[in-house]
Design a protein around this ligand. Structure first.
Ligand SMILES: [Zn+2]
Ligand SMILES: [Zn+2]
Length: 267
């Protein structure tokens, strides 16, 4: 499979000169399976340019794996060009706070939060609620599991032809070091929350994100072939992120990489 990072910032889009190197758009990764099928991980603001790239030749159907409903993971959906085309879009995601996934998405994609009424959106949008389970999308095996995040969130493990991508953008290992371990163990590529420095974390406990030392311990434990820090804090410029990466590499005793907007990986 191929994975393209369209957004890896957390919390809120952060455009500007300080974020050019790793990007300011929020969580969105496009996966192309070996058979050419498109699976999109999260609908952050990076989904808007992804949709523009697809608009000239949109797929007839595509699948979205949504981790949770926080705005940095859904804000791009309403600006995703295939939503306004003759497309079938299947959204797999968690049921949170008692509301069905479909109701949560329709609330966002309706006035007064959005100018178009959800029922008037041209694409055929389908919803599948998932929790702790595995299923197939074409030849791709997908496993979802709950992770540690306020209000609940899912992480995903994608496997095809013996290759594995683990996507866990929001997860507070400081409150549960076991969260996401099964999803990440032995993955070829891991993308995982590493939002805070060791110094920042004590004032952010319970916010749902991991510190660099907790991320490094998770990498040591799960041993992915490549480990990417993801969900970069909007206040962290490129130099700060690179210093955090160097700290993580020293603590993990191995190479650690920073997710970057525009990066494509063949897995
Ligand atoms: Zn987030
Ligand atoms: Zn979140």
């Amino acid at each position: 499979m191929k994975a393209a990072i369209w957004g890896c910032r957390g919390t809120v889009p952060a455009p500007g000169p300080a974020t050019v190197r790793y990007g300011g758009n929020t969580s969105c990764v496009a996966v192309e399976t070996a058979k050419g099928r498109l699976v999109v991980l999260d609908c952050g603001s990076g989904m808007r340019p992804l949709g523009n790239a697809l608009a000239a030749d949109p797929p007839a159907e595509l699948d979205i794996l949504l981790t949770h409903m926080h705005l940095d993971h859904v804000a791009g959906l309403g600006f995703f060009a295939p939503l306004f085309m003759d497309t079938t879009i299947r959204i797999w995601g968690p049921r949170l706070e008692g509301e069905p996934l479909s109701a949560n998405i329709a609330t966002y994609l309706s006035p007064p939060l959005f100018p178009v009424r959800f029922e008037d959106i041209p694409a055929n949008v389908e919803f599948v609620e998932v929790r702790d389970e595995s299923w197939k999308i074409g030849g791709l095996s997908v496993t979802a599991a709950p992770v540690q995040h306020p209000g609940g969130a899912l992480g995903y493990r994608l496997e095809e032809e013996g290759r594995t991508l683990a996507f866990i953008p929001d997860n507070e290992l400081g409150l549960d070091p076991d969260a996401g371990v099964e999803l990440a163990t032995g993955a070829d590529v891991l993308m995982h929350d590493a939002q805070y420095t060791d110094a920042e974390y004590p004032s952010k406990v319970g916010w749902g994100h991991s510190s660099v030392p907790d991320f490094a311990a998770f990498v040591r434990r799960t041993e992915p072939a490549r480990a990417f820090m993801f969900h970069h804090d909007p206040a962290h410029d490129a130099e700060t992120l690179e210093a955090m990466r160097d700290d993580a590499a020293e603590l993990a005793g191995r190479e650690i990489e920073l997710a970057a907007e525009g990066l494509t990986l063949t897995i």
